[in-house]
Design a protein around this ligand. Structure first.
Ligand code: MTE
Ligand code: MO
Length: 385
């Protein structure tokens, strides 16, 4: 027993050192979550830009990073097959030459972001708030590629394939998710090869990934090699069971999970993040408290953000940038008056979207794998008298 523990701890340290090396120079400020796959998140103050710099962008992997040589990267090809009249293959160069190259500014958020806040704890990595970012994605519309392959009327769903394998079982694919055909054909859904104006970095799925704005990050397949158009819901790795699904009605943690109650997550919930001040801030008595951050909601614009300087006792409307790009996050700012004496300050932000949905104050509905916890963000600091 002791022996096994020793070995796994040792392994973990080796893996951790390897990852630190991988992230060096580029993503050194991210927090690595202890796991056998490379997973790292940003702290909220690193997310203070409208376009998240690559150095602050979280990384989420279900399995091992794939081995992709520079030659393979240069000659990367994606195949389209299944419910199409013509099976096709495209190199990244051919995609650029054959279709309109477009860019979309969109939030990418892991469905597990915020999981650490669920009580009782659930399976899965304990992300806090930093498994989210907003980038400018460049690529071609998946729609155009499907039309060029003469997609059939029988198409219901796409299935996406990549070479990354499970940790410890490299022959087993780590993830093979897909999209309902309507989302695959939506104008915002891309085969992306650029991120923030640069070639899509390997850690973010380069040379080629899916960009599915409004959907959870799990639908944004990285290192894409094959698209299989299906006449039924895709059944690839992590499509079934409790993966990336939410119960249709609130369920209690004691209740056995009824699989027929679970639905695939297709729209991320309304959420906001305070990016300044940072956790542990200090303010002199009488100094105004400037708060800023971002708010977003799956496919819907944000309507308003309220900010509280006292843990939710009183609220003030923040200034909110009007919706611009449909899938980008919106900046909010507020100037708050704080209490008249020194002491602890608990800042909170709470967004409402244009469909009238509002962030919960304490916790989102508990669910078996801890997805979509969009409860109001809190940042604690002090006023020094
Ligand atoms: N091939 C592959 N694609 C993947 C994953 C993966 O494990 N393998 N993880 C998905 C999940 S769960 C998320 S949240 C996003 C994270 O994208 P990022 O690492 O670029 O931030 O990638 C998605 N695409
Ligand atoms: Mo994710």
């Amino acid at each position: 027993m002791l022996h096994t523990k020793f070995v796994s701890l040792n392994n973990l340290l080796v893996v951790h050192a390897l990852y630190q090396q991988l992230l060096q120079d580029s993503k050194l400020r991210l927090r690595i979550l202890e796991d056998d796959a490379l997973n790292a998140e940003a702290s909220p103050e690193l997310l203070d830009d409208p376009i998240t710099p690559l150095t602050s962008f979280f990384i989420r992997n279900n399995g091992r990073l794939p081995d992709i040589s520079p030659e393979e990267s240069e000659t990367w090809v994606v195949a389209v097959e299944g419910e199409v009249e013509r099976s096709t293959q495209w190199s990244v160069f051919e995609l650029k030459r054959s279709f309109e190259v477009v860019s979309v500014t969109a939030v990418l958020e892991c469905a597990g972001n915020g999981r650490a806040g669920f009580v009782p704890k659930t399976d899965g990595l304990p992300w806090t708030n930093g498994a989210v970012g907003c980038a400018r994605w460049g690529g071609v519309r998946l729609r155009d590629v499907l039309l060029a392959s003469e997609v059939k009327n029988s198409a219901v769903y796409t299935g996406h394939y990549s070479p990354d394998g499970e940790v410890g079982a490299p022959d087993q694919l780590a993830l093979s998710r897909g999209l309902p055909i309507a989302k695959a054909m939506a104008p915002e859904t891309l085969l992306a090869f650029e991120m923030n104006g640069e070639p899509l970095p390997f850690l973010h799925g380069g040379p080629l990934r899916i960009v599915a704005p409004g959907f959870p990050g799990s639908a944004w397949q990285k290192w894409l090699t094959r698209i299989r158009v299906r006449d039924c819901e895709h059944d690839g790795e992590k499509m079934g069971g409790t993966y990336y699904r939410l119960p249709r009605r609130p369920i209690s943690p004691e209740e056995p999970v009824d699989p027929t109650l679970l639905e695939i997550i297709t729209d991320m919930p309304v959420k906001s993040l305070i990016t300044s001040p940072a956790e542990g801030f200090n303010l002199r008595l009488g100094e105004p408290l400037r708060v800023r951050g971002f708010a977003w909601s799956g496919h819907t614009a944000v309507d308003s953000v309220s900010v509280s300087p006292n843990g939710g006792q009183t609220w003030q409307l923040a200034e909110l940038e009007p919706p611009g790009d449909q899938f980008a996050w919106q900046r909010f700012t507020a100037l708050l008056e704080t209490q008249a004496e020194g002491g602890a300050v608990v800042l909170m932000a709470r967004a409402t979207d244009q469909a009238g949905r509002m962030q919960p104050l304490v916790s989102a509905a508990w669910n078996p794998r801890g997805y979509c916890n969009n409860s109001a963000h809190r940042v604690c600091g002090s006023i020094i008298a």
